[in-house]
Ligand binder design. Structure first.
Ligand SMILES: N[C@@H](CCC(=O)N[C@@H](CS)C(=O)NCC(=O)O)C(=O)O
Length: 214
């Protein structure tokens, strides 16, 4: 059986849950409580030496880390429905949209970054929130521009079926809402996110639908 080590609010684990659901794959969940620091336990470090989630143990017993690599592994092993377009230029576009979130927004607002700001650097709660919202705004402005300017956008980030870009977008929108970011300047992001959230694969992957949701 495939096992996902994650956390209900982890947006990187949320990406993998969406990918697994879109592919129609069954999996067990092994939640780690990130707030209580369980990601830093020896057992998790053995799986994921960065002390992060997600890790996916495949049905062949192989441990995979890094959500984007896991999603691409699932796409290559289970090609239907595809998470990336067939055309290489279109594939580059989807990866670029996905990476605006996965490489530029998410790492700056990760739990360990916020904890470092408050704990080691003595930043107060209000400044931490300002930091969070700043990087959401900067990233979402760019994403909104790309999505409105480029012809590839459809009901979803690319065309009319969900792709790797949507898999990254929806968890980031969830995070932005949780931190009460103003999303009114991003109508295309909101439209696409609503389209995704209407699909069972996204609904079943949502944080509130997970066994460890509190
Ligand atoms: N690039 C990694 C990011 C993984 C990551 O940052 N996971 C977060 C949850 S979304 C985590 O484990 N944070 C624990 C911490 O910051 O201490 C991936 O995509 O898998």
């Amino acid at each position: 059986m495939t096992t996902l080590y994650g956390y209900f609010r982890s947006s990187a684990a949320y990406r993998v849950r969406i990918a697994l659901n879109l592919k129609g794959l069954a999996y067990d969940q092994a939640p780690l409580n990130l707030v209580q620091g369980e990601q830093l336990a020896e057992t998790n470090l053995a799986r994921n030496p960065q002390g992060l989630v997600p890790s996916l143990i495949t049905d062949e017993g192989v441990t995979l880390t890094q959500s984007m690599a896991i999603c691409e592994y699932l796409d290559e092993r289970y090609p239907e429905p595809p998470l990336l377009p067939e055309d290489i230029t279109e594939r580059a576009r989807v990866r670029a949209l996905a990476q605006v979130v996965a490489c530029e927004i998410h790492p700056l607002n990760n739990l360990r970054v916020l904890k470092h700001l408050v704990g080691e650097l003595g930043v107060d709660e209000e400044t931490k929130l300002a930091w969070y919202r700043h990087w959401i705004a900067e990233g979402f402005q760019a994403l909104e521009s790309l999505l409105t300017a480029e012809a590839g956008t459809g009901d979803f980030c690319h065309g009319d079926t969900p792709s790797l870009a949507d898999i990254c977008l929806v968890p980031q929108v969830y995070n932005a809402e949780r931190f009460e970011c103003d999303l009114s300047a991003y109508p295309t992001i909101q439209r696409i996110s609503a389209n995704c959230r209407a699909l069972p694969a996204f609904q079943q992957a949502a944080p509130e639908a997970q066994p460890d949701a509190r």
